[in-house]
Design a protein around this ligand. Structure first.
Ligand code: NZQ
Ligand code: ZN
Length: 387
C-alpha cells in the first residue's frame, strides 16, 4: 500500500427529514446564498419550497441560478459567477444531481478569478479561493456531494473537462434517499452504472497490496448489483434508494483509492463521447466498460479478473481462470443490459465518423498511466468494439 494523506471533511446528514439541518448549515457558511438548481425537478417534487422555507427561517438572502443542464455548460458557470459578484454572494447551495453540484462548485471557485471561467476549468491554479459549498443531493450517481471533482462542458469546442480541487469538497451535504424516489428508471440505471464505474476504476489497480481497498470495492459493487435493479423496478423502495445513495458517496470520496491510486481509464473515454454527442454519462460508461475489460485483459492481470468474478459475481473459484474472466465480463454486460441501458454506441446515436478524434483527445488525458496504458489507437479499438 502506498502513502497517503486522508481528508474527507464533508459533513453528511443522511436520511429522512435531514433537510431540517440545512438552514443552520448554510447559515454557518454565510448570509447570502446562490441557490443553484436544474431544469425544474426540485419544483415538481416540492423540495424547492422546503428549501426556501429553511433559508428564510435563518434570515439568509437568496439569489437563484436555475436551468443548469445535464452535462453542465460553461455558460451556466459564467452566469453564476456574474450573479455572485453582483449580489455579494458568500455561500453556494446546490440542489440537484451531479450536474448542478458540479456547476455550483466551479462557480464557487471561478468567482476568485477575474478572467473567463473556462480558463479556470482548463487551469485550476487560477483559483485563489473557493466560496463554501453546501449541497442537497437528488440523484445518486456522481458522488459530487462528497468529492473534490467537477466536470464542465464547452460545446462550442467539444470539450468536457474535469477538475479536482480540495476546496470543492462540500462543507455539508444533505442525503435524503426519498428525494431520489422521483428519478426516472433511465437515470436510476445510468446512475447505478456511474457508481459502479467509479468503483471499478479504483478496483482495477496494479497495487496488489491494497487488500482493504479491494474488499471495500467489492462490497460496494455488490450493493449496486443488489439494489440497482430494485430501485429501477420500485422507485419508492427506501432501502434500495438509501443503499445506492450512500454507495454513490463512498465510491468516489477517495476512500477506495487512498493508498491504491490509479489513473482512470473509462471515464476519459466516456467524457469525449459526452463532449461530442451530449449523451448521458452513466450510459456511455455502461457501454464502454465491458469492452474496455475485454481489451485490457492480459495473462499478467488475469488474477484481477478472477478476483472480480469470484468475489463480486460469486463465480466458482475452481473454474478455469480464463472462464472466470469471460463469465465476469459477460455478467457485467448482462447486468447493464438488464437495467435497460443500451449496449452499443450506435443505439445512442454515435457512429464511426468522430471515433478517431475522440480517441486522440481521450488518450491525451493521462491514459498512459492507467491500469493498462492506452494510446489513441487502443482507445479507438475500444470504441470500435463498442459500436
Ligand atoms: O435538471 P433537473 O430538472 O433537476 O433534472 C435532472 C436531469 O434532467 C434529473 N433529476 C435529478 N434529480 C432528480 C431528477 N429528476 C427527477 N427527480 C429527481 N430527484 O436527472 C437528469 C440528470 O441529472 P444530472 O445531474 O445530469 O445527472 P448526474 O447526477 O448523473 O450528473 C451527471 C454529470 O456529472 C458528471 C458527469 O460527467 C455529468 O456531467 N460527473 C461528475 C463527477 C464528479 N463531480 O465527481 C464524476 C462523474 O464521473 C461524472 O463525470
Ligand atoms: Zn462517473
Amino acid at each position: 500500500m502506498r502513502n497517503f494523506d486522508y481528508s474527507i471533511p464533508t459533513r453528511i446528514h443522511f436520511g429522512k427529514g435531514q433537510i431540517s439541518k440545512l438552514g443552520a448549515e448554510v447559515k454557518s457558511c454565510g448570509n447570502h446564498a446562490l441557490l443553484v438548481y436544474g431544469g425544474g425537478s426540485i419544483k415538481k417534487t416540492g423540495l424547492y419550497e422546503v428549501i426556501r422555507a429553511q433559508l428564510q427561517e435563518q434570515g439568509i438572502e437568496v439569489t437563484e441560478l436555475s436551468g443548469v443542464e445535464p452535462n453542465p455548460r460553461i455558460e451556466s458557470v459564467r452566469e453564476g459567477v456574474a450573479l455572485c459578484r453582483e449580489h455579494s454572494v458568500d455561500v453556494v447551495l446546490a440542489v440537484g444531481g451531479g450536474s448542478v453540484l458540479d456547476c455550483a462548485k466551479v462557480i464557487a471557485g471561478a468567482v476568485s478569478y477575474e478572467g473567463d471561467a473556462w480558463d479556470v476549468v482548463k487551469d485550476k491554479t487560477k483559483i485563489t479561493s473557493v466560496l463554501p459549498i453546501v449541497t442537497v443531493l437528488t440523484l445518486s450517481a456522481t458522488g459530487s456531494e462528497m468529492d473534490p471533482f467537477a466536470v464542465i462542458s464547452n460545446l462550442s469546442t467539444n470539450e468536457k473537462l474535469g477538475i479536482g480541487v480540495e476546496a470543492f469538497k462540500p462543507q455539508a451535504s444533505i442525503l435524503d434517499p426519498e428525494y431520489t424516489f422521483s428519478v426516472s428508471a433511465y437515470q436510476t440505471a445510468a446512475g447505478t452504472a456511474d457508481i459502479m464505474s467509479h468503483i471499478l476504476e479504483s478496483y482495477f489497480t496494479n497495487e496488489k497490496g491494497a487488500f482493504v481497498q479491494a474488499r471495500l470495492c467489492e462490497a460496494l459493487l455488490k450493493t449496486c448489483i443488489q439494489y440497482g435493479p430494485i430501485a429501477v423496478a420500485e422507485p419508492e423502495n427506501y432501502e434500495a434508494r438509501a443503499n445506492l445513495m450512500w454507495t454513490s458517496s463512498l465510491a468516489i470520496n477517495r476512500l477506495l483509492v487512498y493508498g491504491a491510486d490509479v489513473e482512470w481509464s473509462v471515464h476519459p473515454m466516456e467524457h469525449e463521447l459526452s463532449a461530442f454527442y451530449d449523451i448521458t454519462h452513466g450510459v456511455g460508461l455502461a457501454i464502454l466498460t465491458p469492452n474496455w475489460m475485454e481489451y485490457v485483459r492480459t495473462e499478467e492481470n488475469l488474477w484481477k479478473f478472477v478476483e472480480y468474478g469470484v468475489n463480486v459475481w460469486g463465480l466458482d473459484p475452481d473454474m478455469d481462470d480464463h472462464e472466470i474472466a469471460d463469465a465476469a465480463i459477460q455478467l457485467t454486460r448482462d447486468f447493464f443490459s438488464g437495467l435497460g441501458i443500451p449496449a452499443t454506441l450506435q443505439e445512442v446515436g454515435i457512429d464511426e465518423s468522430k471515433l478517431e478524434i475522440m480517441a486522440e483527445k481521450a488518450a491525451a488525458q493521462g491514459l498512459q498511466e492507467a491500469f493498462i496504458p492506452l494510446e489513441a489507437e487502443d482507445v479507438l479499438e475500444i470504441y470500435k468494439l463498442s459500436l
